[in-house]
Design a protein around this ligand. Structure first.
Ligand code: ZN
Length: 403
């Protein structure tokens, strides 16, 4: 970590530039100016006065990856696998922001006795602890409210005041007799700017949620249908097709699911010209374990197997996922936070560029990860092989050891 809080940084010699914007995923950009924590110019004048120069040596720059579905518990400890340090490792896999889909893996939590008070307390505790600290530099949006029957509007006030951004129907019995209350919850969330996510498909690791498919989602109208290809069990194919064809909200694909269902959903969305609805996550840790390169694996899968271009899949994993969750990040343009990854083709990969490697299904090699203008990974990632060309950092003034 470094202390150039308000410094001007210029990234130069960019070979490929991915915007994170699905409408125009690749840009003709060879340099980026960053002032403090924000991007202030693309292709600034070459003689721009700066404190620091990052030479990309022809490698690619893309927005920091956003994992739209993680399950933190206590900081970087994931009790399900009894491992530690997962968030920092995810940052080395290019993930700069992550959104909790609920802190349900707390040891000893009794899924058969989840009261409104307990679930609200759990969200507040997670927000005040895991969600308070930048673990490994990452922006972790924790404190997701897992809704249960009998909640009053005051509970939504409390989590909203604490800074929660997401609520989720997971344990909630989405049966016809509860429809009125569930829709009231959705209204209360939207009144406060909280996004609503719903567990879809079969029963989760907890073993205590109901099956959720097209019928429920069509009346509930959440903001995001979680892991539509399974988390871990997908909804039936007909439901998946109807979801793509007859709804408008965001549809999430996670590593936890069924690959065949993922191909079906992604190909159908692409054919309909609706990739703007697609978001990505890992649904890890939890039952699926820790996947430090999980987001990169999802991206190479969607590109090499489901046919998305490298630019499209990067936009899905960054701009799309940020937008669906209301995050102020995910695109590289002036005014946006400097959350970015410098990566390249790994020696031995297919093709000659990162685009060609990703479209062949090959993992990118990461050399640099920046969050809010701060270098959190430099030199090389501990989680990917090094890229052929590594970005180097040069200070205009001062001590090279501070970089
Ligand atoms: Zn989940």
């Amino acid at each position: 970590m470094e202390s150039l809080n308000m410094a001007t940084t210029l990234i130069v010699n960019i070979g490929e530039f991915f915007t994170g914007d699905l409408k125009e995923p690749v840009g003709d950009v060879t340099s980026v100016r960053i002032d403090g924590d924000r991007i202030t110019a693309l292709n600034p004048p070459a003689d721009t006065v700066r404190d620091r120069t990052i030479d990309a040596h022809g490698s690619a720059v893309m927005p920091g990856v956003i994992d739209g579905h993680v399950h933190p518990v206590f900081g970087e400890w994931t009790p399900t696998q009894n491992t530690i340090g997962w968030i920092g490792n995810y940052v080395h896999g290019g993930t700069t922001s992550m959104v909790s889909a609920g802190e349900l893996h707390v040891p000893g939590l009794d899924y058969n006795n989840l009261t409104p008070e307990l679930m609200t307390s759990l969200a507040l505790l997670a927000k005040a602890t895991t969600g308070r600290v930048r673990w490994g530099g990452a922006k972790v949006h924790a404190g997701t409210l897992l809704m249960v029957p009998g909640m009053t509007e005051e509970k939504f006030d409390k989590v909203s005041a604490a800074g929660t951004i997401l609520t989720k129907f997971l344990f909630y019995p989405l049966a016809p007799e509860n429809r009125e209350e569930a829709l009231r919850y959705v209204g209360w969330c939207h009144d406060r700017g909280l996004r609503v996510k719903v567990h879809t498909g079969g029963v989760s690791r907890s073993g205590s949620n109901a099956v959720c498919g097209y019928e429920t989602l069509s009346w509930l109208q959440p903001d995001i249908a979680a892991h539509i290809s399974g988390g871990p069990i997908p909804m039936p194919d007909d439901d998946l097709d109807a979801l793509v064809d007859h709804t408008e909200f965001a549809l999430e694909i996670c590593s936890s699911g069924n690959y065949r269902s993922a191909i079906r959903a992604v190909e159908r969305l692409a054919k309909a010209g609706r990739l703007d609805r697609l978001t990505l996550g890992t649904d890890t840790p939890g039952g699926t374990g820790v996947l430090a390169r999980g987001m990169l694996r999802n991206m190479t899968f969607l590109s090499s197997v489901c046919g998305l271009s490298a630019g499209e899949v990067i936009a899905v994993a960054t701009g799309n996922t940020a937008k669906a969750h209301g995050l102020d990040t995910g695109m590289l343009k002036p005014g946006m936070p400097a959350d970015l990854v410098i990566a390249g083709r790994i020696d031995g990969s297919a093709g000659t560029t990162l685009t060609e490697a990703i479209e062949h299904g090959d993992l990118p090699g990461i050399s640099t990860v920046m969050i809010d203008g701060q270098l959190v990974v430099s030199g090389r990632s501990e989680q990917t092989p090094p890229p052929q060309e590594r970005a180097t950092i040069e200070l205009t003034y001062g001590c090279p050891f501070c970089a």
